[in-house]
Design a protein around this ligand. Sequence first.
Ligand code: CU
Length: 207
Amino acid sequence: MQTELLKPKYKQVLRDFYAQLRDFYTQLRAIRVDQLERKWIAISMLVIGLFVGIITIDAFFHGVNPPSKVETIDSASLHLNKEFAEDNLGVQVDAKGNVIIRMVAGRYSFFPKHIEVPAETPLTFRWVSMDVLHGVHIPMTNMSSMIVPGYVAEITTTFPKPGEYPVLCNEYCGLGHNHMWSNLSVIAKEVWSAPVKSPAKGGSNNE
Ligand SMILES: [Cu+2]
């Protein structure tokens, strides 16, 4: 009974809305827009469309997603987790020759404290947090990501030039946040050699 009464009301609302839309369009058409301005509006729309298209194709066809919130992990038992156990952290080269770096962020450091990676080589970084939300930022490179507890943040990047880089936390994680950092040495490709067994124990950074 009630729905029967509401139906004409909805129809009226829709009709009003349509009328307003039509008015708005007529008003819009009446505005004099310069020919040049029209061109720029069209170019802007094209650029926006192009970007939305690229993002859509990358997301759905190439599987390009934000670095975090893709793979889950239990942050409370990282030490029991084979991949992120203390002995397994740091730089490793897998069977296919890919360089993989596993790092744990915890209040207030990144573990291991110091790593050495080759320049001009694709590096896959896998970051996890053992406690709260952290971030990782390596200035003057494109390495920047949140490290959300419960998720693995995986980023593949290449450092073009050898040098010393600080690894900084860029998400406020507590009172010691501003002391949370570690070192990354990018070494010339020819000089770098893969660690035989991950020497990283988190602490010593002397050669
Ligand atoms: Cu922090």
